[in-house]
Design a protein around this ligand. Sequence first.
Ligand code: HEC
Ligand code: HEC
Length: 376
Amino acid sequence: MLTTTLLLAFAASGGDGAPMFTEDEWIILRSMSPAILMPDTTNAYEKNENAALLGQHIFFDKRFSSNKEVSCATCHEPDKYFTDGKQIAVGTGQTTRNSPTVLNAAHQRWFFWDGRTDTLWGQPIQTMEHPAEMNIPRKEIAEIIEIDSTLGPLWIKTFGNMDESDIDTIASNVAKSLAAYITKLDSSHAPFDDFVAGDKNAIPASSQRGLKYFIGDGGCLRCHFGPWITDGAFHSVGVGPLDGGALKDAGRAGAIDKLKIAQFTSGGIHSDNPNGMRATISKHIAKRREDWGSFRTPSLRNVAKTAPYMHAGQLATLSDVLEHYSTLENFVSADHHRETILEPLNLNEQQKTDLVAFLESLTAPLPDEKLLKAPE
Ligand code: HEC
Ligand code: HEC
C-alpha cells in the first residue's frame, strides 16, 4: 500500500523531481506561449523590406551622431541580445536609464521604461535628437541619407524623392524604417515554448519547479503574464536609485505629459492609423497617483541574457533580482504606500535556483545572422 502511494506520488511528480502541473495550471501555461507579434497598423512600412533594410543600415551607422562615435548598436549590441551590459546607457553623454533590448520590442504597447511613447516608430527620433544619446538634429539625418550612395537610392525606392521642405515627414519615415528593422528582430521561441507545446524534456526539472512557483505561490504572474510575460503596465517594485537615497525618477508619472505633447504618436498626423485602437487608448490615458516612481513591467523573454536589471541597472544578476523579491529589504517606497501585492517571499536557496532556471528557459536563439550587422 505504502509502496503504491510512493510510486503514485513519484509518477505524479513527473519523475526526476519534475513537478506535476494541474489542468488549471496548464491553462495558464498555454496562455504564456507561443509569443506572436501583432501588426502595428500605425506604421504602413512595418512589413516593407526596403524600409527594413534602410533601418538596418541606419541602426549600425555611427555617422548618425554628433561625435560620429555612437550608433543605435552602441547601446543595443547584437551579441549582447541588443543591450549594452551597462547599468545606465552612455552615448554622446550620460543617460539615466538602462538600455533595454530591442529584440521583440515590437510587441509592446508602451515604449521606454516609462512608456512615454505609444508606438515603436515614436521612439527613434527622440533618441537620435537627445543630447545624451546621439545628439543629431533631423535635418542633418536627412542630409546624410540623401547624399549617401547606398542610402539615397534606397530611400527613393522606399519613400520616393525626399522633400526637404517637409522635414517632419522625413523624420517619421526614418523612424518607421528603424521600426521596420526592429520588427524583424524576433527572438521569442525558447525551450519554455517547446515545453508548453508538449515536449516534457525541453526544460530541466529545476526550470519546471521554478515555473510552477512562478505561476503559483511566487505571485510573479500578477504582473508577468501572457506570451510576453508582462502585463505591459506600470508598477513600482521598490528598487531604489543607483546612488541610494529617495527615488528621483518619476517614471510613468513623468511620461504622461510627454506622451500628450509627443510629435510622433499613434494619434498624430504622421500615424498611418490615427483613429485606431492604439490612438483611442492613448487619447484617454490619465495620470494616476500610483504612477509616480513606477516603471513598465519588462518582458522576461531572454532576460537571462540582458543583465544588469531594472530601469537603472541597479541589480547585477538574476539572483540579485530574486533576492530583492525575497526580502524586499531595500524597498524604497514612492509615496509610503508600497504596492500592496508585494510581500517578501522568503525564498530558500532551492527556490531561487529553480526560479533562475525557469528564467533561463525563456532564452531564445538570436534572429538570423544577417540581421545582426550592417547590411552588406
Ligand atoms: C546611448 C545609448 C542608446 C542609443 C545610442 C540608442 N538607445 Fe535605444 N534605448 C536606450 C535606453 C537607455 C533606452 C531606455 C530609455 C528610457 O526608458 O528612458 C532605450 C530604449 C529604446 C527602445 C524602447 C525599447 C522598449 O523596450 O521600450 C527602442 C525601440 C530603442 N531604444 C531603439 C533604438 C534605436 C532605433 C536607436 C538608434 C536610432 C537607439 N535605440 C539608440 C539607449 C540607447
Ligand atoms: C507588482 C508587479 C510585479 C510582480 C508581482 C513581479 N514583478 Fe518582476 N518586475 C516588475 C516591474 C515593474 C519591473 C521593473 C521595475 C523597475 O525597473 O524598477 C520588474 C522587473 C523584473 C525583472 C528584471 C527584468 C529586467 O529586464 O530588468 C525580473 C527578472 C523580474 N521582474 C522577475 C520577477 C519574478 C521572478 C517575480 C516573482 C517572484 C516578479 N518579477 C514579480 C513587476 C512585477
